[in-house]
Design a binder for this molecule. Structure first.
Ligand code: ATP
Ligand code: MN
Length: 465
C-alpha cells in the first residue's frame, strides 16, 4: 500500500475513515495488556501520529520489541481521536518492522544535553529539536532564493577554490595535492607551487564577494549562496570553520539603498519562517526559548535603527560612564565586541541596529571611502542574541582610490589585477553584503550554539561525520 506522509495525514480531513499506510520511527510506546499506543514520526512534521494497537490483533511478542528509535510500517484506518493531544489516530491492523533499535541507541533518553548530542550528530537529526531546526533551515533556504528571484537578482556561482589570499576576511585553508611528506623548497626556503595541481598556491574561499562584484557589474544584481571557509581559531557559539554565506551584490546601489536591502531581505526571511514553520517554531518556543516567536515578530514590527559607528561609540561610552561594565574597552577606532553590539540592540534601542561609516582601519580595503578620510561606507546589521548578522558595504568604485588602498595595505597585485579591471573598464557605483546563513538560523530557531544549526559542524578540532 502506498505510504502517506504524516504531515499530509494530519492536514487532510478527507482521509478520516480511510485505510492509510504510515512509515516512520517510533518516538514512544506505552499502554497495557489490551491496548498499546505507538507515537510514530516520519520527519515530515514535528507532530507524531498515534497508532492504536489492539493486542488481540497483533502479537504481543512482536510489540514488546518495538522500542524508541525502531522503524516500522503501520497500516490501518484513520479515525477521529478519542484521546487528547491529537485530532486523528490510526486503528492499526498490521505492523511490519523494518528495523528494531537496540537499547544502546544514543538518542533514546529525553533531556540529553546539546553537547552530548553533538557527539552523536549522526543520530541527533532524529530528535524533535533537530528535526525542527533542519526543517526550518530548509525553509530559510527557500526564502532566500524566493526573495532574490522575486527581486530580479540572478543566482551566481562563485568558485570555492581560489588563488587569491587577499579576500580580506580570516585565515584560509590551503588546497593542495602535493605530497606533504616530500615537500620541495626553493633556494629561499619557500615551498614550490609551480608543480602543484593549479600551478600556484590555492585555498578554500572565505567569501565569494570579489567574484560576485564581477557578476553584478555585468548582470546588474546577483547573489551567491554557498559554503565558505575560515580557518579562524575562534571557539565561540557564533563561528564555524565551514559556514554557508549569502552574498548579494548590486550595481548602482548606494549606502541608503544597501541598508534598505539588508532590512527588507532579513525581514522577508523572518516573515517566511513565521508563515511556513509555525509548528516547528511553536515547538522551539516551548522547549528552547520562550521569547522566540515574540522576538521574531518584534523584528518585523519596527524599522531598524540606522546609526553611525561614531554615534554608536558615543552611546557605549556614555553607558560606561553610567556604570555599565564591559569586558573590552570602547574607544573610537576599535572593533566593537559582541557585548557592545548586543548592548546597543538589546538594552539601548531594543530593536535591530544598522551601524555604518566605520573607521577605515578596521574594515576591508574594498570599502568606499568617505570624504572625511577616516571612515568607509561599511554597514553591520546587529541583531538581538546574535550581534553581527550581516556585514556589507558600498564598494570603492574609483580606480585611483582603490589602487592606492591596495598598495597602502601591501596587497599583492598578482591577486588584484582582475578585480581592478572592473574599475578600469566601465566602473559603476555598487554595493553588497554577506549574511552568515547559520547566524540567520540561530536567530530564527532560538538555538544558542551555531554548532546546532548546521547538520555536521566543522570547528577547530572537530570534523566528525
Ligand atoms: P565576526 O566579526 O562575527 O567574526 P566578520 O566581520 O568576520 O564576522 P564578515 O567577513 O563580515 O564577518 O562576514 C559576513 C557575515 O558572515 C557575518 O556578518 C556573519 O553573519 C557571517 N560569518 C562570518 N564569520 C563567520 C563564521 N566563522 N561562522 C559563521 N558565520 C560567520
Ligand atoms: Mn563583518
Amino acid at each position: 500500500m502506498k505510504r502517506t506522509r504524516i504531515v499530509d495525514i494530519l492536514s487532510d480531513a478527507t482521509l478520516v475513515g480511510q485505510q492509510v499506510c504510515v512509515k516512520g520511527w517510533v518516538r514512544t510506546r506505552r499502554g497495557n495488556k489490551q491496548v498499546q499506543f505507538i507515537a510514530l514520526n516520519d520527519g515530515s512534521t514535528i507532530k507524531n501520529i498515534q497508532i492504536v494497537v489492539n493486542t488481540e490483533k497483533i502479537d504481543a511478542d512482536q510489540l514488546k520489541d518495538i522500542t524508541t528509535g525502531s522503524c516500522l510500517c503501520a497500516v490501518g484506518e484513520l479515525v477521529e481521536s478519542m484521546g487528547q493531544g491529537q485530532s486523528v489516530e490510526m486503528q492499526c491492523e498490521s505492523i511490519e518492522i523494518y528495523g528494531l533499535c537496540p537499547n544502546d541507541y544514543p538518542m533514546q533518553k529525553k533531556g540529553q544535553t546539546f553537547e552530548y548530542m553533538r557527539k552523536h550528530a549522526h543520530m541527533r537529526l532524529r530528535t524533535n529539536t533537530f528535526g525542527a531546526v533542519f526543517r526550518i533551515r530548509h525553509h530559510m533556504a527557500m526564502a532566500v532564493h524566493q526573495f532574490f528571484n522575486d527581486n530580479g537578482f540572478f543566482y551566481f556561482h562563485t568558485p570555492l577554490i581560489t588563488a587569491s589570499d587577499c579576500e580580506g576576511a580570516g585565515e584560509m585553508f590551503q588546497v593542495t595535492t602535493k605530497n606533504l611528506y616530500k615537500l620541495e623548497m626553493d633556494d629561499k626556503g619557500n615551498i614550490k607551487y609551480d608543480d602543484d595541481f593549479f600551478g600556484k598556491m590555492t585555498s578554500l574561499t572565505v567569501s565569494g564577494q570579489l567574484e560576485g562584484e564581477l557578476g553584478a557589474t555585468a548582470l546588474g544584481a546577483i547573489y551567491t549562496f554557498g559554503p565558505t571557509f575560515r580557518a579562524e581559531n575562534s571557539n565561540t557559539p557564533r563561528h564555524l570553520a565551514e559556514f554557508w554565506q549569502i552574498e548579494p551584490e548590486v550595481a548602482f546601489l548606494e549606502l541608503d539603498g544597501l541598508m534598505e536591502l539588508e532590512e527588507r531581505f532579513i525581514k522577508h526571511c523572518v516573515r517566511y519562517a513565521l508563515d511556513h514553520c509555525q509548528d516547528d517554531l511553536e515547538f522551539l518556543n516551548k522547549m528552547i526559548d520562550n521569547g522566540l516567536i515574540e522576538r521574531l515578530k518584534g523584528v518585523l514590527a519596527d524599522d531598524f535603527v540606522h546609526l553611525t559607528y561614531t554615534e554608536g561609540v558615543e552611546i557605549l561610552q556614555k553607558a560606561q560612564e553610567n556604570g555599565e561594565k564591559f569586558e573590552f574597552p570602547v574607544a573610537w577606532g576599535c572593533d566593537l565586541a559582541s557585548e557592545h553590539e548586543r548592548y546597543l540592540v538589546e538594552k539601548h534601542f531594543k530593536k535591530p541596529v544598522i551601524l555604518y561609516n566605520y573607521p577605515k582601519e578596521i574594515k576591508s580595503f574594498y570599502m568606499r571611502q568617505n570624504d572625511d578620510d577616516k571612515t568607509v561606507q561599511g554597514t553591520d546589521v546587529l541583531f538581538p542574541q546574535i550581534g553581527e548578522i550581516i556585514g556589507g558595504s558600498v564598494r570603492e568604485e574609483r580606480y585611483d582610490k582603490l589602487l592606492a588602498e591596495i598598495e597602502r595595505r601591501n596587497i599583492p597585485m598578482k591577486d588584484m589585477w582582475w578585480y581592478l579591471d572592473t574599475r578600469k573598464y566601465g566602473t559603476c557605483p555598487h554595493a553588497g553584503f554577506g549574511l552568515g546563513f547559520e547566524r540567520l538560523i540561530l536567530f530564527v530557531t532560538g538555538m544558542a550554539n551555531i554548532r546546532d544549526v548546521i547538520p555536521f559542524p566543522r570547528t577547530p578540532g572537530n570534523a566528525e561525520f
